[in-house]
Design a binder for this molecule. Sequence first.
Ligand code: AHR
Length: 515
Amino acid sequence: MKKTFLILFVFTFCNQITFAQKETTIVTLKNDDKAPTINKNIYGHFAEHLGRCIYGGFFVGDTSKIPNTKGVRNDIIAALKDLKIPNLRWPGGCFADTYHWKDGIGPQEQRPTIVNKWWGGVTEDNSFGTHDFLNMCELLGTEPYLSGNVGSGTVQELADWVQYTNFSGKSPMSDLRKKNGRIEPWKVKFWGIGNEAWGCGGNMTAEYYAGEYRKFATFMSDWENTGGITRIASGSNGDDYNWTEVLMKNIPLNMLGGLGVHHYAVINWNKKGDGVDFTEEQYFKTMQSALKMEELVTKHGAIMDKYDPEKKVAMLVDEWGGWYEVEKGTNPGFLYQQNTMRDAVLAGSTLNIFNNHADRVKMANLAQCVNVLQAVILTDKAKMITTPTYHVMKIYAVHQDAKLLPVSFQSPLYTVNGETLPAVSASASKDKNGAIHISLVNVDAKNKNKIEIDVKDLGVKNFTGTIITSAKLQDYNSFDTPNKIVPTVFKGFENKKGKLEIIIPPFSVVVLEGK
Ligand code: AHR
């Protein structure tokens, strides 16, 4: 049994949640009118021309025997619609700064090929292009987020892409779009101006990129999107706070709709460890890296606050997720990895961080949607499975566009080899029908945790629960056992006169619903 005395760790990066070792974790929820709404776009995804994400993943072509709509797999469309994905980022990633969109329009047989320099050196035939992607987004009922080419593209090229997709009047680009079979513009709202400009996007300094950004943004006219297009700057590499500082200082706020941040949970970039065959120590290191997200959004947010106290500029964590060694026997450039309970815990904890920072974090994109890194969907020829991460995103979808209920608590600690992490992670919201949702994660791989939440003043009485867990942390859904890990009914709680007492098992993700 754990000791009941308090060892209080106040982390500098978090003023709401402190960490202490004690028997029961008391979680307090605040029904605060001034609390922000959790932007549904926090639950966004990312699809790059990388490995089998697009080709052999989403897109099999319209001559495939696999059931498809205009070449896009019907099973993937159905699974992602079920997930209510709010937005999808495309075509990269690093690929975006090598992509010339005009190569991917017009008759497929006339499209030029290129070599995918970043990802496996494979030949890209451009058979999946602008129309294919934007029509697919319509099928999915999701907002497209296009990443423009700054690294090897021109200002004119990106300005033309905006006109091609968004202008309904007569213009060279809208005429070309119509000639290619699409009369009405798609009205794309989200536009990235380059990707990882500090690295694969051109190895630029922050100062240089800020200048490039201003130039590109100037010519990306807001043709007729009534709400205006959102221009998004390529953000920092993890904790490069200087990058954020320089961009916020040098880009006029009226040109800056959003600023990205990329952070992957990785044990060590030179020794990432296997996606399935990992030890508890490796799990701990992955979670240590994943939970750094709290510090990143807090510190980048504080810099943004200095220049934008009204929080008009969105923070977008437009690449996040776990990154391991590729599955044995697969192309190292394709970044194909399995997805275990470790990924479920990682996803639940990270989404709790985003929810709790909903005042600034307005979008996030899990990397990547299909067959790449922390995917929600894996395919093997005609077979398709959903991963534990998919199920976490699905049970968390209740938070989309719901009002945040700020949480405060002292987390117990999860200790491995003398190092500690907060064991419990939580976030909560109230939806427009008045239902309350509380999502809880127990990061601890060995110990269950007892949590108490006072729900008396929340205006709800009846609670139900859903849990994602499994016998082993290393468990995953395979093509032979696709439903090993799925959400099940959670009964490990009791409502004692308005006090919810919850026992959350090790490495599990729970969502409670109160109505
Ligand atoms: O998601 C894989 C790669 O990771 C992306 O292409 C790049 O932006 C990042 O470094």
